[in-house]
Design a protein around this ligand. Structure first.
Ligand SMILES: NC(=O)C1=CN([C@@H]2O[C@H](COP(=O)(O)OP(=O)(O)OC[C@H]3O[C@@H](n4cnc5c(N)ncnc54)[C@H](O)[C@@H]3O)[C@@H](O)[C@H]2O)[C@@H](O)CC1
Ligand SMILES: [K+]
Length: 518
């Protein structure tokens, strides 16, 4: 399923009208029919339904819906709008006039709204859709507050009015919808920020825009189980450890040996061919005890962290590997920065995570010049090191921040990690909306990095590995939550010791690697 912003949606509507010779009135009718189908499924024709319309085409959808319902024998349809006829767009006016011809009662005074809501069983919100462009004040704010206060079940058309369709920001106040029925594609704002919560159940209806038309426009793709299966690497009967990547993971320190352990475990369980750990000497023995499957290179150490001498050892060894993963538990020192800079200048594909991302603020030029595949996996704070934007700016419009970044760094695959994760290059963009807050804890990023690295080592496809890795990680967390929900609350999961957590992750992951007959 595609995800678009409001400009793209508008362009798509226009193209459909031009290329397929569909009139804008017909398109509005298709949108309204999609909403009517939902009402048909859930109500009888006696339902007392109040449709609250704005001045734009979202209001037009509301008027079109009222006329379709009335024509189909719904006997209790009522309209409310603050607008007068002259303020409406021409398409909205067309259907408003149709409603008048059908004798559908239409009220305009704010003081009438409370009584109308009291007399209704279902509200439909057709105030604002993708055209909401500023904060909501005055009478419109009153309308929204009264609808919310009425506690009537509410269907929002296209967007819960008050939610910005690109950013998901609440523009002062917004309708708490039970259901949002939207058209053709997800709008970014339905998935981001407050949008997700205000949408309630989100349903997308087809209004006849061909997939090829959407695919040509700027869009993102929502990760689903089916999509993820397509992105996972294939494993072959006649293969050997060399077929699935030789990885060098650089990181760890005395105070953060767990980070590289988690990353390594997740990588091993995700199917990597061979894994060698490059770690400060003082934790070598500890990791050898914890990770029997890994090989080990012990580097110069100072106070439990990499020392300057680590760089010359890395230079000696790096040529033996086909993927470098760097950052987990490495700490922030001059020596670790030097390792990052060196890795960035090599032709070997690499994945930067955690502390390595912190060093990147200094190495943006190196990243720009780099030709070999590079995956970076920042959370919002780490993303701020890469972009010079504040965390607040990034979170306010993550799609914008991601697009700006990928257009500046066309060779980089970005994994922007938040409760909605965006996985993007300058050509492709995937979005993950599953997962839960059991993942909001130290260590989960290291596990994710391990999964992505393990998948990349096998497929050598950066965005595919990153997209599948993010989805699998989140899916496993959701499955864990479900299992535990049968008896106890999700908090139990968060208190699971990590080794068990990983095992469950990996078991669930295995389901995805071998979805059928295994
Ligand atoms: N051809 C199309 O473009 C189609 C559009 N459709 C519907 O049309 C919607 C988009 O229509 P529009 O672009 O007309 O936009 P909207 O109907 O969302 O709203 C735009 C109107 O609201 C006003 N407005 C914006 N923010 C406001 C605020 N804070 N307070 C008060 N007034 C405010 C604007 O000045 C403008 O008059 C979609 O969400 C969808 O529901 C559908 O009918 C399908 C076809
Ligand atoms: K709406």
């Amino acid at each position: 399923m595609y995800i678009v912003d409001s400009k793209t949606m508008h362009r798509l509507d226009e193209q459909l009208i031009k290329q397929q010779r569909v009139s804008s009135l017909d398109l509005m009718k298709r949108a309204a029919s999609g909403v009517k189908d939902y009402i048909d499924e859930h109500h009888t024709k006696l339902v007392r339904i109040l449709i609250v319309c704005g001045v734009g085409n979202n209001g037009g959808d509301g008027f079109a819906l009222a006329s379709l319902l009335k024509e189909d024998g719904y006997v209790n349809v009522t309209l409310f709008t603050l607008a007068n006829e002259n303020q409406l767009t021409s398409d909205a006016r067309f259907y408003a006039l149709r409603c008048a011809q059908l004798n559908i009662p239409c009220f305009h005074q704010l003081h009438e709204l409370e009584g109308l809501l009291k007399n209704s069983e279902q509200c439909v919100d057709a105030l604002f859709g993708t055209g909401l462009s500023r904060g909501i004040h005055g009478d419109y704010a009153q309308v929204i507050h009264q609808i919310n206060a009425s506690k009537l079940p509410c269907i929002s058309i296209d967007m819960p009015s008050g939610i910005h369709s690109d950013t998901g920001a609440c523009m002062g106040c917004a309708i708490h919808a039970d259901v949002t029925i939207s058209f053709a594609c997800y709008k970014q704002g339905q998935l981001l920020g407050e949008g997700r919560r205000y949408c309630g159940h989100l349903k997308i209806v087809d209004i006849g825009i061909p997939h090829e038309m959407i695919a040509k426009e700027e869009h993102a793709i929502l990760l689903t189980e089916d999509k993820t299966r397509q992105l996972l690497p294939k494993r072959f009967e006649q293969s050997h450890k060399g077929s699935y990547g030789k990885v060098l993971a650089i990181g760890g320190s005395r105070s953060m040996h767990g980070a590289i352990t988690l990353c390594a475990k997740a990588m091993l369980r995700s199917g990597v061919g061979t894994l060698t750990l490059f770690v400060p000497k003082s934790i070598g023995m500890l990791l050898a005890m914890k990770l029997e499957e890994c090989m080990l290179i012990e580097a110069d150490d100072e106070n439990g962290m990499f020392a300057q001498g680590a760089l010359s050892l890395l230079k000696e060894k790096i040529g033996d590997y086909d993927l470098i993963v760097i950052g987990n538990g490495m700490g922030r020192t001059k020596a670790s920065e030097a390792l990052v800079a060196y890795v960035l200048q090599q032709d070997t594909p690499c994945i930067l995570d955690a502390d390595a991302l912190w060093s990147c603020a200094k190495y943006r030029e190196l990243i720009k010049r780099r030709q070999a595949p590079l995956i970076v996996t920042p959370h919002p704070k780490e993303f701020s090191y890469l972009t010079s934007k504040s965390t607040a700016e990034i979170k306010a419009d993550p799609f914008k921040a991601v697009r700006e970044f990928t257009s500046c760094y066309p060779n980089v695959t970005l994994v922007y990690k938040d409760y909605v994760s965006i996985i993007a290059t300058d050509k492709k963009c995937y979005v993950n909306c599953i997962g839960n807050n059991a993942l909001a804890k130290g260590g989960s990023g290291d596990v994710l990095c391990g999964i992505i690295s393990g998948l990349y080592a096998q497929s050598k496809q950066a965005i595919e590995a990153a997209g599948a890795g993010v989805y699998v990680h989140a899916k496993c967390a959701d499955e864990l939550l479900q299992v535990k929900m049968q008896t106890v609350f999700y908090q139990v999961i968060s208190s699971l010791p990590y080794p068990r957590y990983i095992k469950l992750y990996a078991n669930a992951y295995t389901l995805y690697m071998f979805p059928t007959n295994h």
